[in-house]
Design a protein around this ligand. Structure first.
Ligand SMILES: CC(=O)SCCNC(=O)CCNC(=O)[C@H](O)C(C)(C)COP(=O)(O)OP(=O)(O)OC[C@H]1O[C@@H](n2cnc3c(N)ncnc32)[C@H](O)[C@@H]1OP(=O)(O)O
Ligand SMILES: O=C([O-])CC(=O)C(=O)O
Length: 371
């Protein structure tokens, strides 16, 4: 048997959700550049789940359903209060909270289209509330209820900070949510599909996917990009810092990608946003430092920046706690995971590859007293 380490280049599913062809990303055939420029996150959610853009009435209905389902069961908030929250990573808390949420849903194992749709709304609505409630509880603040009339992005910031966000803040978060929503068969989406291909339930699929997104080679990279920028501290330290990392064979977070060769088409949108926000907040050094790292890695190693790279300085300017960066990624990616889970259910077959056994053969069992 031949193996492909990391399944590189292996085509493991057919999908109508998103595509990466010649380094161009589309959601259901719509260019990411257009969606990032013009679409609300709710429109993208509708697109990914229904494979078409909504009309006004359909969009209003989805917005309302998401709003109506944002309030969390008390048990989820109480569970945040039940452990040493300061020593818990919010991705671990989110993973457990979603699993817990499944226990409150009498239809968790129901497989009808209608039940799946209700679960999809429930999960997408509540993930923003869970991430913000975790942060509020950790800071010793009251959990904030969503506000009618605000968009999903605005409500997320409102529940997080307890005050209505500015237009620029909403634009930044909406754009980030649109850009992170789906990405073909990335590691966490694949994980979700493998899980539900056993005909397990949607809560299990999403919980598994959160676990995969949490890792630093995937969604966990954005938090580490900010950690790196803070360690670098001043612009003149950037290149020596990167050179030393490369000499030590350490990876530069936010750089490189399994699929993109010329560059990640999402990065330029976040780069623009980073420039605008860092200038507005007098934090230009984070942007300038990032540009230097990006240019060095491209020129010296041929490695382009990925979506995680500039999102770090964007979120930093919005005053978001650094360990919430990956949970924000998850808030957005729920939409893609759900779209893929629905697609998997529609045309399911168990996903079960083989392993090339490379261990010893013909071992003779020896009694424990003789070992
Ligand atoms: C949303 C997302 O998930 S985007 C990705 C987020 N992850 C990161 O930003 C973490 C940093 N990047 C990486 O670790 C990788 O580029 C990945 C995981 C994204 C892709 O990995 P793979 O396709 O498996 O590439 P792999 O890790 O095998 O790297 C190939 C070569 O490029 C080098 N390389 C790849 N990425 C980096 C990096 N960020 N910094 C330094 N060197 C790198 C590797 O060291 C390796 O070099 P070698 O052939 O001399 O040993
Ligand atoms: O596709 C990947 O491997 C990782 C990625 O960029 C994403 O999930 O957005």
């Amino acid at each position: 048997m031949s193996t492909t380490k990391g399944l590189e280049g292996v085509v493991a599913a057919e999908s109508k959700v998103s595509s990466i062809i010649d380094d161009r990303l589309t959601y259901v055939g719509y260019a990411i550049d257009d969606l990032a420029e013009y679409a609300s996150f709710e429109e993208v959610v509708f697109l990914l789940w229904n494979k078409r853009l909504p009309n006004q009435a359909e969009l209003a209905e989805l917005e309302n359903e998401l709003f109506e389902n944002m309030t969390l069961p008390n048990g989820v908030i109480e569970h945040f209060q039940s452990y040493d929250i300061h020593n818990i990573h919010p991705m671990a808390a989110l993973r457990t909270a979603i699993s817990l949420l499944g226990l409150y849903d009498p239809e968790a194992d129901e497989m009808t289209e209608e039940a799946s749709r209700r679960k999809a709304i429930n999960l997408q609505a509540k993930v923003a509330s869970i991430v913000s409630a975790f942060s509020r509880v950790r800071q010793g603040n009251e959990v904030v209820q969503p506000k009618k009339g605000l968009s999903y992005a605005a409500n997320f910031l409102y529940m997080l900070n307890g005050e209505e966000p500015s237009e620029l803040e909403v634009e930044a978060i909406n754009k980030a949510l649109v850009l992170h929503a789906d990405h073909e068969l990335n590691a966490s989406t694949f994980t979700a599909r493998v899980c539900v291909a056993t005909l397990s339930d949607m809560y299990s699929g999403i919980t598994s996917a959160i676990g995969a997104l949490k890792g630093p080679l995937h969604g966990g990279a954005n938090e580490r990009v900010m950690k790196m920028l803070l360690e670098i501290e001043e612009i003149e330290n950037a290149i020596p810092y990167v050179k030393e990392k490369m000499t030590n064979k350490e990876k530069i977070m936010g750089m490189g990608h399994r699929v993109y060769r010329t560059g990640d088409p999402r990065a330029k949108h976040l780069k623009r946003m980073s420039k605008e926000l860092t200038e507005k907040h007098g934090m230009e050094k984070w942007y300038e430092m990032s540009v230097q790292i990006e240019e060095y890695m491209k020129a010296e190693k041929g490695l382009p920046a990925n979506v995680d790279f500039y999102s770090a300085s964007v979120y930093h300017c919005l005053g978001i706690e650094h360990d919430l960066y990956t949970p924000i990624f998850a808030v957005s990616r729920f939409s893609g995971w759900i779209a893929h889970i629905l697609e998997q259910y529609e045309n399911n077959r168990l996903i079960r590859p083989r392993a090339d056994y490379v261990g010893p053969h013909h071992q003779v069992y020896v009694d424990i007293s003789q070992r």
